[in-house]
Structures are given as structure tokens and as C-alpha cells.
Design a binder for this molecule. Structure first.
Ligand code: B1M
Length: 212
């Protein structure tokens, strides 16, 4: 079994105590940090989601898998991040109201930071007003990102973008959206400036928007 397969299996099976050692071993053996993240941990979360959908596992198992992934990402973090923090100004990010999923949002924040932004992470279950308030309090922020993982919080994302537009934030920031149920079409429909499917693409797009 390759180390990346072992990393994936550890996340899938919630092996919290083993994950950090396995990620370190994969790095020591020369595996690419992005491959450990994408082919190992993110792929494993896909399997976890499918098992949950098929009633093979339940919320507690999903939580342990999430905790395992977070611990694994902690080991990868220094290998994924760069050293030019703040070059492109600030980037405000959060998961929208009603949504508690933060692994994807945290990965986006990590990639954005490594691309050269100072990240202000508002966390999860963030009310639309909090996004607006933080944008206004940070006039040097040019890009904001909102994440939604549930089909039921797509409306919350829509309301968040609407609140930003209504408060005139578009004069200051470009609005990026993302998350598993989000599409380019939905992003266009709600008035966001950009949609990206994953964290890597989000970082590239954020730089592009900050330079506009
Ligand atoms: Co929940 N959950 N969950 N969950 N969970 C999903 C999302 C689900 C698809 C599982 C399933 O049924 N197959 C399903 C949603 C179904 C739907 O809406 N259609 C679901 C459900 C139903 C629920 C609950 C309702 C379950 C319940 O209580 N009955 C509940 C809701 C709680 C709430 O939010 N109010 C719930 C709870 C949880 C846990 C708390 C147990 C846990 C989250 C822990 C945490 O995040 N701290 C959890 C988990 C772990 C999952 C799965 C298994 C994994 C999510 C994840 O971390 N993926 C998930 C199934 C799945 O995704 N396959 C599932 C890995 C992560 C790297 O991917 O977050 O998609 P993702 O992020 C990607 C991209 O989407 C993108 O980039 C990221 C990295 O490349 N991206 C952006 C994300 N944000 C972006 C922003 C951008 C750009 C790109 O720009 C700003």
C-alpha cells in the first residue's frame, strides 16, 4: 500500500492518532504535499460522504474523519504555505450562516494565504451582516470569499452576497463563492464575481481579482 493510500485509509477510518505520523512518513518518502492532500485526504472525505449518504456511517464517524483530516492538514500546512503573507492585502473568508462545514473553507484560506494575502477568517455559521461589517472595517481588503457546503445553505450564500451588494461592498471588494453544491451558474445568478471549484483555483482567482 502506498503511503498516500494509507493516509486516505486513516482519514476514512478516523485514525486520529495515526494520521500525523503517516502524513510525515509520506512527506519523508518524497510524496508531493498536494498529492497527499488531494489524492489522500480530500479523496477520503469523498468516500466518507458517500458512506454517510448510504447510511453506512453516521454523524459521529463523519466528525472523527473531519478531525483526522484537520490533524493531517496541520502537518502539511508548512509544506503548502508560502512566505509572502499580505502582499495582495487582506482576504476575508467565512462559511455562511447555518453551515458548520469548515474543512474546505480552511483549505481555501490556507491556499489564499500562501498566495500572498493576509487572511481574516470569520469561521463558520457567519451571518451576512458580519461579512459586511468586516469588509467595511477593512477598507484595504479587496477580495472576500464565502463558502457553503449544503444545498440548504445555498440560500444563505445568496442572502450573504445580496447583503454585500446592498451595502455597497462591491465598490470595495470582489466577491468569490464556492463549496460542493455551488456552480458557476449559481454564482452568476446570485451576483458573485467569481466561482472556483477548489482551493488551488481559488488562490489563482483571488490574485487575479486583487490585481484588477
Ligand atoms: Co456534512 N454533509 N453534514 N458534515 N459532510 C456533506 C456536505 C454531505 C454532502 C454528506 C452526504 O450526504 N454525502 C451532506 C450535504 C448534502 C446536501 O446538502 N446535498 C452533509 C450533511 C447532510 C450534513 C448534516 C445535515 C448531517 C446531519 O446532521 N444530519 C450536518 C449539517 C451541519 C451544518 O452544517 N449545519 C453535517 C455535519 C457534518 C459534520 C459536522 C459531521 C462534518 C463537518 C466537520 C467540519 O467541517 N469541521 C461533516 C462532513 C465532514 C461532511 C463531508 C463528509 C466532508 C466535507 C469535507 O470536509 N470535504 C461531506 C461529504 C463530501 O463533501 N463528500 C458532508 C472535504 C473538503 C476539502 O471539501 O468542503 O467540498 P469541500 O471543499 C472544497 C471545495 O468545495 C472548494 O474547495 C475545497 C477544497 O478544494 N471550496 C471552495 C469550499 N469552499 C470554497 C470557497 C471558495 C472556493 C472553493 O471560494 C470562496
Amino acid at each position: 500500500m502506498s503511503k498516500i493510500t494509507e493516509v486516505a485509509a486513516a482519514v476514512e477510518n478516523g485514525k486520529v492518532k495515526l494520521i500525523q505520523g503517516l502524513v510525515q512518513e509520506a512527506l519523508d518518502e518524497g510524496d508531493d504535499p498536494n498529492a497527499i492532500l488531494n489524492d489522500g485526504m480530500i479523496a477520503a472525505m469523498g468516500v466518507v460522504g458517500a458512506k454517510f449518504q448510504n447510511n453506512e456511517i453516521f454523524v459521529p464517524e463523519m466528525l472523527v474523519a473531519a478531525k483526522t483530516m484537520k490533524k493531517g492538514v496541520d502537518v502539511l500546512r508548512p509544506h503548502l504555505s508560502g512566505d509572502s503573507v499580505g502582499k495582495y492585502g487582506k482576504y476575508i473568508i467565512g462559511t455562511v450562516a447555518g453551515d458548520l462545514h469548515d474543512i474546505g473553507k480552511n483549505l481555501v484560506a490556507l491556499m489564499i494565504e500562501s498566495a500572498g494575502f493576509e487572511v481574516i477568517d470569520l469561521g463558520v455559521d457567519v451571518p451576512a451582516e458580519k461579512f459586511v461589517e468586516t469588509i467595511k472595517a477593512n477598507p484595504d481588503c479587496k477580495v472576500v470569499g464565502a463558502s457553503a457546503l449544503l444545498t440548504t445553505t445555498m440560500d444563505s450564500l445568496k442572502n450573504t452576497v445580496a447583503a454585500m451588494i446592498e451595502a455597497g461592498c462591491k465598490d470595495q471588494v470582489k466577491i468569490m463563492v464556492g463549496g460542493a453544491p455551488i456552480t458557476q451558474e449559481f454564482a452568476d445568478e446570485i451576483g458573485a464575481d467569481a466561482y472556483t471549484p477548489d482551493a488551488g483555483a481559488a488562490a489563482v482567482k483571488a490574485v487575479e481579482l486583487a490585481n484588477m
